[in-house]
Design a protein around this ligand. Structure first.
Ligand SMILES: CC(C)(COP(=O)(O)OP(=O)(O)OC[C@H]1O[C@@H](n2cnc3c(N)ncnc32)[C@H](O)[C@@H]1OP(=O)(O)O)[C@@H](O)C(=O)NCCC(=O)NCCS
Length: 243
């Protein structure tokens, strides 16, 4: 019983004191809605996490190992976001946005040397996207993930048919998404992959190999659909909106 209790606590915060402080903060100010709550958390959450300037954190954001979270200036965490930053932590760059229901979990309970999640500036993690950072996930600037995108930097070993995969360990090589990449809805990026600058991953793709810069890939497993070389004739039937 005591062992289970201890294991539970070890997976919630960096120490018992961090746990008490973080949970007290969530209890007292984590629930406060509206811009008032965002303002209060913008001041007081810097006692439990690292914050450059002021980050906007909605009510009912779930944070674990908050002391390993670093938010950039004007970073935004929507309601229902879950960040679990057990070593080596989660970094979200200036003006980057994490939308409702997204889960970023470093998931390092085995002393993995490169575990962690780092997101650059002006990026967006779409609704219900999942990022697992066991092997390390590095996301550049102006990267957008669409709803239900999954970036999963881990694989189970299952070579031995006589043992459960659960006993056979994991590999965790890491994933890199370079600047200006757009990942379509429900795309899955598997471990060990690098998605090159300016690439587009089509909706529903499962990416198992590196994606060259400025290409569109799609399908299962993902293959190159076309290159983005500026040579294709712009389609006249499109109405384009700008911010
Ligand atoms: C990939 C995408 C951007 C279209 O790119 P595009 O270069 O304009 O592609 P086209 O529509 O001209 O299609 C090119 C080829 O790719 C194929 N293709 C397009 N989307 C595909 C997909 N999701 N999976 C597999 N193949 C796809 C097309 O069938 C076509 O094949 P063909 O040449 O054999 O006919 C679009 O289909 C897509 O997946 N968008 C993601 C939408 C989304 O997630 N939005 C959320 C925004 S937050």
């Amino acid at each position: 019983m005591l062992k289970s209790f201890r294991l539970y606590l070890e997976r919630q915060a960096a120490s018992i004191w961090h746990y008490l402080l973080e949970q007290t903060m969530f209890l007292v100010i984590g629930w406060i809605p509206t811009i008032v709550g965002i303002g209060i958390r913008g001041i007081f959450y810097r006692l439990i996490l690292k914050m450059d300037g002021v980050a906007a954190i909605e009510n009912n954001v779930r944070l674990r190992f908050a002391s390993n979270i670093h938010l950039g200036q004007a970073a935004y965490l929507d309601q229902g976001v879950y960040l679990h930053a057990c070593p080596n932590g989660i970094e979200i760059g200036d003006r980057s946005i994490v939308m409702h229901g997204a889960v970023l979990h470093v998931y390092n309970f085995r002393g993995l040397p490169n575990a962690g999640i780092k997101i650059g500036q002006d990026s967006l993690v779409g609704e219900y996207s999942i990022i697992r950072g066991q092997g390390g996930v590095t996301i550049g600037n102006r990267v957008y993930t669409s709803p239900f995108t999954q970036i999963i930097a881990v694989n189970h070993i299952f070579d031995d048919p006589n043992r459960s995969f659960v006993e056979q360990g994991i590999t965790a090589q890491g994933i890199v998404i370079e600047d200006d990449v757009w990942l379509g809805a429900s795309a899955v990026i598997t471990d060990g992959v690098r998605v090159g600058k300016g690439a587009v991953v089509a909706a529903g793709a499962v990416v198992t190999k590196d994606v060259p810069p400025h290409t569109v890939v799609g399908g299962v497993p993902a293959k190159i659909l076309r290159e983005i070389d500026g040579k294709s004739t712009p389609r006249s039937d499109r109405v384009i909106y700008y911010s």
